[in-house]
Ligand binder design. Structure first.
Ligand code: GLA
Length: 737
């Protein structure tokens, strides 16, 4: 790891263990250009800026300044003075002008990694940070660009701060966090798309001229698109090929874009979505744009995933639970929906305790008159008709059975049919004079208002202080529309989306500081707010409301492209599955949930005795392999979404002494050879034995009798026996001899 400025060449060079990132300043007037990003190189090499090509720099050829600005590989692009591509930065002055020209002013290189006020950001000591200040003289706007690297990771953390050093008010209309330009090398674009119950499926397509990418305007990162974008060489696969990935440490509206220009040059950008965003900066004020994780991998998509998994585990998640075993939970949502009382919950808890489950989570429906999803959000008072004797009694009864207790909240919302809304209708986000639209019959609270935020915090802490609660599921079940705050002035209404996200962060910061031992799981109608921003506050996020083992293969494959398995909320759920109606074996559901936090979401008192009897064995399986899943390196071995028949992934311990391979045969195929899998990530020289976990006995049995070297297992591969029927699974433990 190194960051240096080469004075004579006017070049900045950032090195991580395997990559180099090079920027250079032009002679007067000092534009900051992007020269190179990719595998590590030795030289402070800036010729690739092509300033020797026509139209040259404006000091050499002032008559064609616009031509220069429209083709120069800009490091942080700005709007309104001749760069006609999509840009990263746009301001409007009080006079209504949008011209801006950012030129180099100064830089510093510091030890460490600064945080970002009010926003989630990576942290750690073994880091270096470069801060480059650019300025637009006529308006007095300054932009500070941040680049941080850690000793142990190839990711570059980027963020930016805008400072109004002028004398007039300026409106930020576009302030992306990161942007850089390079040549297209026949790249393809990779993004994740989805919907409710079908989150994070992988999309891959060739780059075309013009702009392309994904975004959210829903007030959250969303089911539909992930705050992530990558470009990859055409043949880049799991093991090889160049991949450039950007991921946003943010949970609101975003834009992730690639622009391909007239010279086949590309610009990759990420930041807060400029649509419906306008931030007023009075003289002296600053605006902090959230962090972007930028990585280059020469080891294909797998290399990108593993860099980010390590970064997220080591430098982003703060919760003390990040590596340690989470209690195996049982959640009553699919078991009872709203139809429960303490007797029902205790019956579930009793049987759960007898089968090795460690925590009962009481989901939606325990407060106010919440008998269905049409009412009572905001009224966070225990419904004692359901919880006879109150919450404290229920928690003590559950604890007496040997289980911990967890609870569901949806603190950001209010139902029109609630005491809260009747008392404070103006606390809901709405445009004066318009009837705001409902979603799931609820409104969103205007968390930009202090009194609303305080009310929410008090509701949470009143409940958490009233009983011994080990876990909170923080849900968020609708998107933001009809944006309007009764309190913000007209020229600050464009700040509401971002202020909302800042308030959610502040609330979760306060909550996790006040209850450091609390296990927090974020959730948003399943996985609509599964992003790196939320992982700063909670070590796990509910992946999807679809817990069908087969649907989950694709959801979890896309999720694991970016996030460590330890973050993925995954449960063995009821069958026929409540979303798709599919029936899958209990055993297979267990193997798929093992790739996440592991738990149950069903009525344990009603499932078959045979399935119930498997629970203690699955619990033992989780305990046995959790360390490998949560702390190991992740390798994708086969993809059902690509081949249509089977799926497989492998977790390898950091010292490569063991691995855990999961294979799911989705559909059986007649007249085919057995499937051959080539393993990855093992040590070529080490010798391994392979054991199969037998769910019936809960024991391991030999799978291949002889010991084999890692090189054999990775190059020649292993055969997976054909299993009769669909939706079958196998779990293999690979251990050094
Ligand atoms: C969301 C969550 C579910 C459940 C319900 C309760 O949909 O994703 O797991 O908690 O809300 O209303």
């Amino acid at each position: 790891m190194d960051i240096r400025f080469f004075e004579e060449e006017r070049v900045f060079k950032i090195d991580t263990e395997n990559t180099s990132y090079i920027m250079a300043l032009t002679d007067e007037p000092g534009y900051l250009g992007h020269a190179y990003y990719g595998p590590k190189v030795s030289d402070a090499y800036a010729r690739l800026l092509r300033t020797g090509d026509y139209p040259f720099t404006p000091d050499v050829n002032p008559r064609d300044k616009l031509g220069f600005l429209d083709s120069f590989p800009m490091e942080y692009s700005f709007h309104g003075t001749g760069d006609f591509r999509e840009t990263a930065f746009k301001i409007r002055t009080e006079g209504g002008n949008v011209a801006c020209e950012l030129k180099y002013f100064s830089h510093v290189i510091e030890k460490g990694k600064p945080g970002i006020p009010g926003l989630p950001a990576c942290f750690g000591d073994n880091a270096l940070t470069l801060i480059i200040t650019l300025k637009d003289a006529p308006t007095g706007m300054a932009v500070r660009l941040y680049y941080s690297v850690f000793e142990d990771n190839d990711t570059i953390l980027r963020s930016a701060v805008a400072v109004n050093e002028g004398s007039g008010t300026v409106f930020l209309e576009r302030m992306l966090s990161a942007s850089f330009d390079m040549d297209d090398e026949d790249f393809e674009l990779i993004t994740l798309h989805g919907s409710w119950a079908r989150e994070r499926h992988i999309d891959r397509r060739p780059l075309a001229h013009g702009f392309q990418g994904v975004s959210s305007l829903r007030g959250e990162s969303s089911h539909q698109h992930q705050p992530f974008i990558a470009i990859a060489e055409k043949n880049a696969d799991q093991d090889s090929g160049s991949v450039y990935g950007m991921q946003f440490v943010y949970s609101g509206n975003f834009l992730a874009m690639v622009y391909k220009g007239q010279y086949d040059n590309i610009r990759m950008m990420m930041g807060i979505n400029p649509e419906d965003f306008c931030w007023k900066l009075e003289p002296g004020a600053e605006f902090h744009a959230p962090e972007v994780m930028l990585v280059y991998s020469a080891e294909g998509l797998g290399g990108m995933s593993r860099s980010w998994h390590d970064l997220i585990r080591e430098h982003l998640i703060r919760s003390r639970y990040k590596y340690i075993e989470r209690p195996i939970l049982i959640n009553n949502w699919e078991a009872t929906y709203f139809d429960f009382d303490s007797d029902k919950l205790l019956a579930i808890a009793k049987t759960a305790a007898e089968h090795g489950i460690e925590m009962l989570v009481m989901d939606d429906g325990w407060f106010g008159n919440r008998y269905d999803d049409n009412r009572a959000l905001g009224d966070w008072k225990v419904n004692e008709e359901k919880l006879k004797g109150g919450l404290g009694k229920l928690v003590e009864d559950v604890k007496a059975l040997g289980l911990k207790f967890g609870i569901w909240f949806e603190p950001e919302m209010v139902s029109p049919d609630s005491d809260l809304y009747r008392a404070h209708p103006d606390w809901a986000i709405a445009v004066p004079g318009r009837v705001a639209g409902l979603a799931r019959n609820q409104y969103v609270l205007d968390l930009s208002r202090e009194e609303v935020k305080e009310y929410v915090f008090k509701c949470l802490t009143d409940i958490l202080d009233s009983a011994d609660i080990a876990y909170v599921k923080w849900d968020m079940n609708r998107q933001l529309a009809d944006l309007g705050s009764a309190q913000l002035p007209a020229d600050r209404q464009g700040e509401l989306f971002h202020r909302y996200v800042l308030a959610v962060y502040e609330l979760q910061e306060r909550l996790t500081s006040r209850y450091p031992d609390l296990l927090l799981e974020n959730c948003s109608g399943g996985g609509a707010r599964f992003d790196a921003g939320m992982l700063y506050y909670s070590p796990q996020i509910w992946c999807s409301d679809d817990a069908d083992a087969i649907e989950r293969l694709m959801i979890q494959e896309g999720t694991a492209l970016l996030y460590p398995l330890s973050t993925m909320g995954a449960h063995v759920s009821d069958c026929p599955n409540h979303v798709v109606g599919r029936v899958t074996p209990f055993e297979t559901r267990g193997y798929v949930a093992l790739a996440g936090t592991f738990g149950y979401e069903l009525d344990i008192t009603k499932i078959s005795g045979e399935d119930r009897a498997m629970i203690p064995k699955q619990a033992a399986m989780y305990k046995k392999y959790h360390g490998l899943v949560a702390g190991g390196d992740y390798y994708r071995i086969a993809s059902y979404s690509e081949n249509g028949y089977h799926d497989s992934w492998l977790c390898v311990s950091k010292d490569k002494s063991e691995g855990l391979l999961t294979f799911i045969q989705v559909l059986n195929r007649p007249s085919r050879h057995t499937v051959k899998l080539k393993l990855r990530g093992l040590s070529p020289e080490k010798s391994y034995r392979i054991f199969r976990f037998d769910m019936e006995s809960g024991e391991e049995e030999s799978f291949i009798p002889e010991a084999l070297h890692g090189d054999t297992l990775m190059n020649a591969g292993i055969l997976i026996p054909r299993m009769n029927g669909d939706f079958k699974g196998i779990l293999l433990h690979i251990k050094t001899t």
